[in-house]
Write a protein of this length. Structure first.
Length: 92
């Protein structure tokens, strides 16, 4: 899937009030790296790039995407359109 379609799917989930789930790993990394919920949403809503990262280990046929935003920080997400977005980790 191309970058624009993934972005539209992510934005649709956020704007429609879909489930945004942070893994424990993501929570720990956010705290360690000083990245707030607001930072995560800023990156997801205003990305500079989106890359297919790897196949999700938790779900068959789902891929993780690296969403790059401000300060070149990244949020790795698993998109379960149209209802759910799983935040796998954050990278500074």
């Amino acid at each position: 899937m191309n970058e624009r379609i993934i972005f539209q799917m992510i934005l649709s989930i956020i704007e429609s009030g879909g489930y945004i789930i942070k893994t424990n790993h993501a929570r720990i990394r956010m705290k360690e790296r000083g990245i707030s919920d607001d930072d995560v949403f800023e990156i997801l809503q205003n990305p500079s790039h989106i890359y297919k990262d790897q196949k999700s280990v938790d779900h068959d046929e789902k891929y993780n995407y690296r969403v790059v935003g401000k300060h070149e920080w990244s949020v790795v997400v698993s998109v379960h359109y149209p209802t759910k977005l799983i935040i796998v980790t954050v990278i500074d």
